[in-house]
Ligand binder design. Structure first.
Ligand SMILES: [Zn+2]
Length: 308
């Protein structure tokens, strides 16, 4: 076994220069970041037992104590595929719920056009999990019924998450609301996965159970560079501190342990962490300092060129 690098070692020259190159390319894939929607959730729920006096310094709240979240999707293009990770909240919401979430218009098709793509070009959708803010953007309302926006794509989710989402614990029922899980189950081309797997060459899915059962993180890697879509294990860069976990998490202690494992590896291997909800930070590398593991370098690759 080769000697491990010191945990706080700076990024290697090779990795550093690749972080600056646009578009961000890892292995056979070009990675793009799509901001498709804004919505608001209660700030206290997003930061669990962390006092507001601490979290509001990092993430300001509005007059209703809500904070802004993005639906930031990862688009992975290569080897003849355009793979979308998660879908946002979409447009199939009542006026009442749209107001509660202060939901902005859903701009996925506009974002895809930046790369010369249309909805039907998406070959695969990987769902980190089926909470409404990750799933509902896969549907639109037509005559009062949910219709799939990607009817011909393959839809990849962990079977455990799909089964659980269909019959969630009452505490979590609100996270799987709105009939979207049922509509998901009616689609063709479902790929229900059982555990960690390399879905395509250089794209690994790994289970993370603390936020909800059967969540999967998406990792794109080659020999030198790795990007991890942290899903709701680390939704904001502000959730990097181990104790900053959400009230939504079903097993906060498991989240703590899973974050510890992920962040240790991310420091050691100079991984890029991608944040699906953070309004200010798309992605970051991490390092260890006297407070623990902290964000090191923020990375923005949203304005990359065409992935095709
Ligand atoms: Zn979630």
């Amino acid at each position: 076994m080769k000697k491990e690098k010191a945990l706080s070692s700076p990024l290697s020259k090779g990795v550093e220069s690749r972080l600056d190159s646009r578009p961000l390319v890892i292995g056979d894939y070009t990675l793009s970041s799509l901001v498709v929607q804004e919505f608001y959730l209660d700030g206290g729920a997003m930061f669990g037992v962390v006092p507001k006096t601490l979290w509001e310094k990092v993430v300001p709240a509005d007059s209703m104590n809500r904070i802004k979240l993005l639906a930031r999707l990862l688009l992975i293009s290569g080897n003849g595929r355009h793979i979308l990770v998660d879908t946002g909240m979409g447009s199939a919401w009542s006026e009442k719920l749209s107001a509660i979430y202060a939901l902005s218009p859903f701009t996925l098709s506009i974002e895809l056009q930046r790369f010369g793509l249309q909805m039907h070009d998406i070959t695969d959708v990987i769902y980190t999990h089926l909470h409404y803010d990750h799933l509902a953007g896969a549907f639109e309302l037509q005559d009062g019924h949910l219709q799939p926006l990607f009817p011909d794509a393959m839809h990849h989710v962990q079977e455990e998450n799909y089964r659980y989402a269909s019959h969630p614990h009452p505490k979590e029922k609100a996270g799987y609301l709105g009939g979207f899980v049922e509509a998901f189950g009616r689609q063709k081309n479902l790929n229900l996965l059982n555990g960690d797997t390399e879905l395509f060459k250089g794209i690994r899915l790994s289970i993370s159970n603390g936020h909800t059962k059967g969540q999967q993180l998406v990792t794109v890697f080659d020999d030198h560079l790795t990007l991890v879509h942290c899903a709701d294990l680390i939704p904001f860069a502000a959730h990097i501190p181990l104790a900053w976990v959400m009230s939504y998490d079903i097993e906060p202690l498991t989240v703590f342990d899973e974050k510890t494992d992920l962040l240790e590896l991310a420091v050691k291997e100079s991984w890029i962490l991608f944040f699906g909800h953070d309004p200010n930070h798309e992605a970051a590398t991490v390092r260890r300092d006297e407070k623990g593991i902290v964000a090191d370098r923020y990375i923005a690759f949203r304005h990359a060129d065409s992935p095709s």
